[in-house]
Write a protein that binds this ligand. Structure first.
Ligand SMILES: Cc1cc2nc3c(=O)[nH]c(=O)nc-3n(C[C@H](O)[C@H](O)[C@H](O)COP(=O)(O)OP(=O)(O)OC[C@H]3O[C@@H](n4cnc5c(N)ncnc54)[C@H](O)[C@@H]3O)c2cc1C
Length: 461
């Protein structure tokens, strides 16, 4: 009998499992990946050999993963994907696919640590094979030992570009451009926060040393604004633009490459929390996050949340929140345990760093000027900007949800995970209004968490 069920085996979920188990609560830990570790400590298959050089802090990851495996109170189901969930009368029903078969779990005590995924922005040519997200490029290297291409442009905004560029170099690739859209001096306003989070500086220098040794120089105030295919239909080159503070293009040059890894931070994966009815709010960076109280409890009693789904802040904040969520969930089921002042102080310190991150890497409105009428916005359903504009100007759509229903934008395989956030911005732009919280929250909510075949559905419990 499990007292606490945890979804997500990344830094937050591992920390939550250990603290709940240490407090005396038996735990079931579910994770869709084949191996524990989440995004940060993504593990390769044994057959691919050691990928240790791809990780800055694998020691902490292995410590947590081995501790979870060693505790008999923690049962782990890897490769377990929750495809649908509901909440009724205090009971959360999770429908889980394990080895292609559906199982049903009912629990009153749940911790959600479902993490985040790459944030993308549309631009002409972003659907050409070879244009990827930094997370995609890194996952291939870390998880499968595969380098997506030899000549790689790494671009976008945020500190995640550094480990990706370093990872490409370590895997034997060449980073032909490393482009950050914002200026590095934005960090100056957060100097105190940086100094109290020295581990982050150490991590930053670890990546900078690797890329400097490979003679890669980061350029600030630049972005990839278009991609071009060669005769084989694959990526041949990208247009690199010098941009102003609002991301408007100043000057463009063309750069040859075979892969472009372009990302704009992360989007919290709140889908599961949304299906369970947990309250979601819009954070300062426009991301939809799950609201949590000081004990990491969501608006639904007995459902706790930790890690990137409560806001993007890195692995250390995820761990700090995970510990508190684990203790709170254990207390909820009757264990005699308290969240200590020290736990809250650690979380507060990491939250200050998360705020500094958001302030240092804003995504400015000027990106919308990179998009043309013929640019595909929804890659799954091949909806162009002109289709969205037609839905607004000719068919009368006055919000992003109606524009979606009229164009199928965001109704394909990924269910708007890739384009949803941008569609809200583009529709509001055309209507000359600011997006509402309702627009943003409705764009990230979907009743089915992941697609499932009819055969699996019919054969399920
Ligand atoms: C692609 C990618 C790469 C990253 N690489 C780095 C890096 O190199 N360095 C760095 O500092 N930060 C990195 N980050 C940021 C990183 O996500 C966080 O710092 C940290 O991993 C967040 O921890 P977490 O526990 O909240 O979530 P995650 O580590 O993302 O773990 C979430 C887990 O939940 C599982 N899950 C989600 N939904 C379901 C479901 N429905 N059913 C079952 N399981 C589910 C996922 O498979 C995943 O294993 C990366 C983020 C992404 C998206």
């Amino acid at each position: 009998m499990h007292n606490v069920v945890i979804v997500g085996g990344g830094p937050a979920g591992l920390s939550a499992a250990l603290s709940a188990a240490a407090a005396g609560a038996p735990v079931l830990l579910l994770d869709s990946n084949p191996r524990l570790g989440g995004q940060y400590w993504r593990q390769p298959d044994e057959s691919f050999g050691d990928q240790g050089s791809q990780h800055f802090d694998l020691e902490t990851g292995l410590l947590l993963i081995n501790a979870v495996k060693a505790r008999k109170e923690i049962e782990v189901w890897s490769g377990a994907q929750i495809w649908s969930a509901t909440h009724k009368d205090g009971v959360n029903t999770l429908r889980v696919l394990v080895n292609g078969k559906e199982k049903i779990i009912n629990t009153g005590n749940l911790i959600l640590c479902t993490g985040a995924y790459d944030r993308t922005l549309p631009f002409p040519g972003w659907d050409i094979p070879g244009v990827m997200t930094p997370g995609g490029v890194q996952s291939l290297i870390k998880g499968h030992g595969v380098l997506a291409g030899k000549k790689v442009v790494v671009a976008g905004s945020g500190p995640f570009l550094l480990p990706v560029a370093a990872g490409v170099v370590k895997a034997g690739g060449s980073v032909v451009e490393l482009l950050e859209a914002n200026k590095s001096r934005r960090w100056i306003t957060s100097l105190f926060v940086v100094l109290e989070n020295l581990s982050k500086i150490k991590e930053g220098f670890y990546y900078i040393k690797t890329i400097s040794e490979a003679k890669v120089r980061a350029r600030f105030g630049y972005a990839v604004v278009a991609a071009h295919a060669g005769v084989n239909g694959e990526l041949d080159s990208v247009d690199v633009a010098k941009i102003n503070r609002n991301f408007k293009i100043k000057k463009v040059r063309n750069v040859k490459c075979d892969v472009a890894a372009i990302g704009w931070g992360f989007t919290p994966d709140t889908t599961l929390a949304g299906t369970l009815g947990c309250k979601q709010i819009v954070a300062k960076d426009g991301a939809v996050v799950v609201s949590a109280d000081s004990n990491q409890q969501s608006s639904v009693a007995g459902v706790f949340v930790a890690g990137e789904i409560t806001g993007i802040g890195g692995s250390e904040l995820s761990m700090a929140e995970g510990v508190i969520a684990g203790l709170s969930a254990a207390k909820f089921v009757g264990c005699k345990v308290e969240v200590l002042k020290a736990h809250r102080a650690r979380r507060a310190k990491k939250q200050r760093f998360a705020t500094a991150l958001i302030n240092s890497y804003p995504i400015k409105d000027g990106w919308k000027s990179w998009v043309h009428q013929e640019t595909i916005i929804c890659r799954c359903e091949e909806v162009k900007l002109k289709d969205l504009h037609y839905a607004i100007d000719e068919l009368g759509a006055t919000d992003s949800r109606t524009a979606k229903l009229l164009t199928r934008c965001g109704m394909g395989m990924c269910q708007g995970r890739i384009c949803g956030r941008s569609v809200v911005d583009l529709v509001a732009d055309q209507l000359n209004v600011s997006p509402t919280d309702t627009d943003r929250i409705s764009a990230v909510n979907r009743p089915i968490i992941t697609p499932i075949s009819l055969g699996q559905l019919a054969a399920g419990e």
